[in-house]
Design a binder for this molecule. Structure first.
Ligand code: ADP
Length: 871
């Protein structure tokens, strides 16, 4: 329903005027408020700018360089300044809006006036006509009355004198006629006026007024639209969730979240890094007791009748202090572990216990481990003193306590015995025997009581050490490390260099546990290695401490590393901390790091070798010709497939372990193993002729008997050496020998070898080279060097048959059966009979009647000599 139909009435018209007045007043109120808001915002902007300026008055000096928190704060303040600018801009916009509102208000006032005037105008015409009709009607009435009176008069005259004429009658008639005319005219005018009024009223009601109202409605509505838009603008300029503010807020959020505690001190530490603090040396100043002919010894406690009680009391005090430290530690650990003491095992397997903790939790853990460390230090320090006092008291033992103080006579005697060179002293002694010394001693701080007595000396059972036990231990460690020139150096250096873990001398890569255990011999020996558990790599610290302990390095949520103590950003720093602090890795284990065990000469880095071409295929993986980077030496590298289970990898390395101890021209030489990363590899001397079996087959026509015998002698020499080392090869065969220059042969493939006099196979006889294996080994799993002798016989046969397959045409089980019933292979063509006899001797069913390699070598050597001499 619109204005035009609903608001035609007078009251509505008046209400519309009143409404417009109210709207104008509302507009004024709004204008004032918006003005105030603009002022407020301007003031706020000024305040905010001041805040940002204040915030930016931070220290820009070098100290905070690289600090993320300081950088973020600066950006935060810059954004605050942006925010202030935005507020100011908005305030200015609000002022523009106020102007707009003023204009709108003026226009509205005009529109209201125009409406009023237009309404009055069209209403005035209707009013005027209404008045006209009333006036015309009253005129009509007046003329009607006059007409009626004149008509009555005329009728009277006319009836009284019908047909008569006369002046009077004419006059009456004339008047009557005039009145009649007048009436008729008035009548018409009245009629016209009414008709006009009807028309005007109709137009007013149906056209003009609705038209005016409709127009007014649209005018007012268009004002409302403008008004609304102005308000919208005003609101927009005060909207704190507007994109501009949101962007600022987003930027603030981003810079603040860029604060990273682990990076905060990166640049700082880089800039200020110093080499590890050099230890302060506390040493007993021996000049103090230089010329005291007494019993005071540098750095050694003096136990005598004067000090013993004091020492004992001190011992009790210190022991109870140690105990208290221990109890407090235990309590702390119980607390950390949620009430339960640390599990008995020495291995901490939960590598990520701290990783998900919330910050406060982490902080408290860090604090606890720091406190724990402090307690451990206290305990260790006090324990050292306890040990020292105990040791000193024990040394005196049950002997009568030496006297701490001597009388003048004995002092004098002492003086005479030791003799003084100094003239002054000599004169002192002459003038007042004894007193000069006494005075001198008094002057030196009343150490008289500690003077060594004459005659009743107590003697140390051991020579006094120049330094504390701890220092002695360190000295020992140092001297042990000296031969391995870099060991200690690398240990202390690793804090200042950022080299990767695998470059540390004491990092042994994926060296298997068995190997590790062999390297750690004395309490405190340690090394670090890697192990793969559930396809995840873990770093393990292995320590020799009442057996062998293996500690998995734990990783915290923020990428730090720890055991029970504080976390460190790198494993190197963690190990350094454990080493230098001499604190146990875990309280339960008590394991202390004393001597880093460095990689052995043969533990190479994978990057030390460059693989060139594949030259063979072994049981565990491919064999390559390769080059050693350092010496450019050609080498052979056996690789172990990464996918093989750990057990197989250990077996693979077995060959390296065995070979590393041997050095013989007929045994392939080990150069090293690479266990730092996968694939693990064995690096050996490159024997250019490759496998003997292939060589025999390829050169069957070119081989002379002398060369064949030479090969047998080489193999015998290598085997004689192995036998002397108690090594059973267990897989001697042409395929496992290599050919060097001049047809010389080297024994290779020690994958099945064992370093024992006798080796009993208990885990089944999988993959046994049946045709090369002695019957007692096949039947009872019993291996000795004499089994190798049997295999050597087969090898001889292979050499003389130029690479034929033994027992050809027979299956393994058939060959076994035949051998058990006494069958032996016939001699290959062109084999010297002595050599065949030797083969048969090697194949003697009675183990003991087989020749040892020493004998074999001699026989073959003699035969060769004979052959050479006969030519
Ligand atoms: P696996 O012990 O794994 O069976 P092998 O020792 O038999 O491996 O080596 C496989 C092949 O690789 C050999 O037959 C030989 O051809 C080649 N090979 C192995 N070691 C060397 C070496 N030191 N020099 C030259 N070739 C070698």
């Amino acid at each position: 329903m619109g204005f035009s139909s609903a608001l035609q009435g007078r009251a509505a018209h008046e209400a519309l005027i009143v409404r417009q007045d109210a709207e104008l007043r509302l507009m004024e109120t709004m204008k004032r408020s918006i003005q105030m808001k603009a002022k407020c915002d301007k003031e706020y902007a000024i305040g905010l700018t001041a805040v940002a300026q204040q915030g930016l008055k931070i220290d820009r000096a070098d100290e905070m360089q690289g600090s993320l928190i300081s950088k973020s704060w600066r950006s935060f303040m810059d954004e605050l300044d942006q925010q202030a600018k935005q507020f100011k801009f908005n305030a200015e916009q609000l002022e523009v809006i106020c102007d707009k509102l003023s204009h709108l208000s003026q226009d509205k006032r005009k529109a209201r006036k125009a409406y009023q005037e237009e309404h009055a105008k069209i209403a005035a015409r209707l009013n005027h006509l209404t008045d006209e009709v009333v006036r015309k009607k009253s005129e009509y009435q007046k003329h009607l009355e006059g007409y009626k009176a004149l008509r009555t008069r005329f009728e009277e005259h006319y009836i009284k004198a019908p047909g008569r004429s006369g002046r009077k009658l004419d006059d009456v008639r004339d008047k009557y006629q005039k009145a009649c005319r007048k009436l008729h005219l008035t009548h018409n005018e009245y009629v016209l006026s009414i008709t006009e009024a009807i028309e005007v009223e109709k137009d007013f009601r149906t056209v003009l007024l609705p038209g005016l109202l409709e127009h007014q409605q649209s005018v007012q509505e268009s004002f409302i639209l403008l008004w609304r838009n102005i308000l919208l603008e005003a609101a927009q300029h005060g909207d704190l969730t507007a994109d501009k503010f949101k962007e600022i807020q987003k930027r603030i959020d981003t810079v603040i979240s860029s604060i990273n505690p682990t990076e905060e001190y990166g640049e700082f530490t880089e800039k200020h890094k110093t080499s590890p603090t050099t230890p302060l040396l506390f040493q007993f100043d021996e000049t103090l007791i230089e010329d005291i002919p007494g019993k005071l010894t540098a750095s050694t406690l003096t136990v005598d009748n004067l000090t013993v009680d004091w020492l004992r009391t001190r011992l009790v005090e210190l022991e109870s202090a140690v105990k208290e430290c221990q109890e407090r530690q235990l309590k702390m650990i119980e607390h950390v572990n949620g009430g339960s003491p640390v599990a008995n095992g020495s291995v901490i397997s939960n590598g990520s216990s701290a990783s998900n903790g919330i910050q406060s939790n982490k902080d408290s853990q860090n604090r606890q481990s720091k406190d724990l460390n402090a307690l451990r230090c206290q305990e260790k320090q006090k324990q050292k003193l306890v040990d020292m006092i105990k040791c000193a008291l024990n040394e005196v033992g049950c002997e009568e306590l030496p006297s701490g103080c001597d009388d003048h006579l004995s002092l004098e005697q002492n003086f005479i015995e030791h003799g003084f060179n100094n003239e002054q002293q000599r004169s002192n002694s002459t003038n007042s025997p004894g007193l000069g010394i006494m005075n001198e001693l008094m002057r030196r701080g009343g150490v008289l009581t500690l003077l060594r007595g004459r005659g009743r000396h107590f003697k140390r059972k051991s020579t006094p050490q120049p330094t504390t036990p701890m220092a002695r231990a360190r000295q020992g460690r140092f001297s042990k490390l000296q031969p391995r020139s870099q060991s200690l150096g690398s240990l202390s250096l690793s804090l200042s260099t950022n080299r990767p873990l695998y470059e540390e001398e004491w990092f042994h890569g994926v060296l298997p546990r068995e190997e590790v255990v062999r390297l750690l011999n004395n309490d405190g020996d340690f090394l670090v290695r890697e192990t793969i558990r559930n396809e995840e790599s873990q770093i393990v610290l292995s320590v020799c401490w009442n057996g062998h302990k293996h500690f998995i390095v734990q990783t915290t949520g923020d990428g730090h590393f720890r055991f029970e103590g504080p976390p460190f950003p790198s494993i190197q720093e963690l190990i350094m901390h454990q080493y230098h602090s001499e604190l146990p890795v875990t309280v339960k284990s008590g394991a202390i790091l004393r001597r880093p065990v460095c990689r052995e000469r043969w533990e190479l880095s994978n990057d030390d070798v460059v693989l060139l071409e594949k030259i063979g295929r072994g049981n565990f993986g491919d064999v390559y010709k390769a080059k050693l980077k350092s010496t450019k030496q050609d080498v052979a590298v056996k690789t172990c497939r990464m996918t093989l289970p750990d057990e197989q990898k250990r077996k693979f390395l077995q060959e390296g372990r065995i070979l590393k101890q041997y050095d013989h021209p007929n045994i392939v030489k080990l150069i090293g193993i690479c266990v730092q990363k996968q694939p693990i590899m064995i690096v050996m001397e490159l024997v250019p002729g490759g496998s003997l079996l292939n060589y025999l087959r390829k050169n069957s026509n070119a081989l002379s008997t002398r060369q064949q015998m030479g090969m047998c002698r080489d193999a015998a020499a290598g085997m004689r050496y192995l036998e002397s080392k108690n090594c059973i090869h267990r897989d001697l065969a042409a395929r496992n020998c290599l050919v060097d220059f001049e047809h010389s042969v080297k024994i290779s493939d020690f994958g099945m070898s064992r370093e024992e006099e006798e080796y009993i196979v208990s885990d089944g006889m999988k993959q046994i080279p049946v045709k090369w294996t002695a019957p007692e080994a096949l039947n009872f799993g019993k291996y000795t060097s004499l089994c190798d002798v049997w295999s050597y016989g087969i090898l001889m046969w292979e050499i003389f048959s130029k690479g034929d397959t033994p027992y050809s045409g027979m299956s393994n089980s058939r060959a076994r059966e035949r051998i058990d019933t006494g069958y032996r292979m016939p001699t290959p063509e062109n084999t010297p009979p002595e050599m065949y006899r030797l083969m048969l001797k090697c194949w003697a069913a009675d183990v003991e009647s087989r020749p040892h390699f020493d004998e074999i070598y001699n026989v073959v050597d003699a035969l060769i000599l004979r052959l050479e001499n006969s030519h």
